[in-house]
Design a protein around this ligand. Structure first.
Ligand code: NDP
Length: 246
C-alpha cells in the first residue's frame, strides 16, 4: 500500500484477533504501531515483539477502553513518545450476547463504554495533533444493519452508533483533510467468533460466500482506507461480511 511507511498508527485492542492482524499489516507496510489491550499481557507483549521484527517501532499499552482518563493518557503519551498519530483504528470490542430480558445494566454500560464512548474519546484525543491526511477508522459490525438473531441487541445497538458518528465526524474533519470511515466485518475467525463455534454453520448459511472471513481480510481493507489510495473515501461504511447483509 502506498503512503504508510513511518506513519504512527494507534490501534485499540490489538493483542489478538482482528486488531492483531491490522497491526501486523501496518507493520509490514513500514508503519510504527502502538496498540492497547485489556487483559492479555502475555499475548500483547509477544505481539509487540513480533511487530518489532518487521523493523518498525511498536508498543503495547494496557488500557481498558472503558477508562476514559487512561485512554486519553495513553494517546497523549503516544504523541509525546512517537509524534502525532496519523492513523487511529478503533477496534477494541467485546461480544455480549444473550436473552434481552436478562441483560444487566453492567453489561449495557460496559458495551456502550467500549464500543461507543471509547471511540468518541480516542477520536477526540487524536485529532488535537492529527496531521492533514490523517485517518480515523472504526471497526463496527454487520450486525449493526442486520440482526442475525435476537440475542445480540446491545451489541448491534452499540455498533450502530458508529454509523452516525462516522458521517458527522467525516464532515467535521473534512476541512482538515482527515478521513473518517467505518468498517463492518461479518463473521471473522477469532477468539470472539471461532469458525468452529456451535453457531458457525448457521452463520455460514446466511452468507453469500459461505465462509468466515479472516483478520487479514479485514486488515487489507483497513490498510487500503489508511493508504493514500483511500484518500477520497470518507464518511463511508464498508461492510466486509462475505455477503451476509446482501
Ligand atoms: P477478539 O475477542 O478476538 O479480540 C478483542 C481485542 O480487543 C483484544 O485485543 C482485547 O484485548 C481487546 N479488548 C477487549 N476489550 C477491551 C477493553 N475494554 N479495552 C481494551 N481492549 C479491549 O475480538 P475480534 O478480533 O473478533 O474483534 C475485534 C473487533 O471486531 C471488535 O470491535 C468486534 O466487535 C469486531 N467484530 C468482530 C467480528 C467477528 O466475527 N470476530 C464480527 C464483526 C465485528 P485482551 O486480549 O487484553 O482481552
Amino acid at each position: 500500500m502506498i503512503g504508510l511507511t513511518n506513519k504512527v498508527v494507534f490501534i485499540t485492542g490489538a493483542s489478538r484477533g482482528i486488531g492483531a492482524a491490522i497491526a501486523n499489516r501496518f507493520a509490514a507496510e513500514g508503519a510504527n504501531v502502538i496498540f492497547t489491550y485489556a487483559k492479555s499481557t502475555h499475548r500483547a507483549k509477544a505481539q509487540e515483539e513480533k511487530l518489532k521484527t518487521a523493523g518498525v517501532k511498536a508498543l503495547a499499552i494496557q488500557v481498558d477502553s472503558a477508562d476514559t482518563l487512561a485512554l486519553q493518557t495513553a494517546i497523549s503519551t503516544t504523541v509525546d513518545q512517537f509524534g502525532p498519530i496519523d492513523i487511529l483504528v478503533n477496534n477494541a470490542g467485546i461480544f455480549p450476547a444473550g436473552d434481552f430480558s436478562e441483560v444487566t445494566m453492567s453489561e449495557f454500560d460496559e458495551t456502550m463504554n467500549v464500543h461507543v464512548k471509547a471511540v468518541f474519546v480516542a477520536s477526540q484525543a487524536v485529532i488535537k495533533n492529527m496531521p492533514e491526511g490523517g485517518r480515523i477508522i472504526s471497526i463496527g459490525s454487520n450486525v449493526a444493519e442486520y440482526a442475525v438473531t435476537g440475542n445480540t441487541i446491545i451489541y448491534g445497538m452499540s455498533k450502530s452508533a458508529l454509523l452516525g458518528f462516522t458521517k458527522g465526524l467525516a464532515r467535521a474533519l473534512g476541512p482538515k483533510r482527515i478521513t473518517v470511515n467505518l468498517v463492518q466485518p461479518g463473521p471473522t475467525d477469532t477468539d470472539m467468533n471461532p469458525a468452529d463455534a456451535p453457531l458457525a454453520d448457521f452463520l455460514r448459511s446466511r452468507m453469500a460466500l459461505p465462509e468466515y472471513g479472516t483478520g487479514d481480510d479485514i486488515a487489507g481493507l483497513v490498510a487500503f482506507l489508511a493508504s493514500s489510495e483511500g484518500s477520497y473515501i470518507t464518511g463511508s461504511t464498508i461492510t466486509i461480511d462475505g455477503g451476509m447483509n446482501a
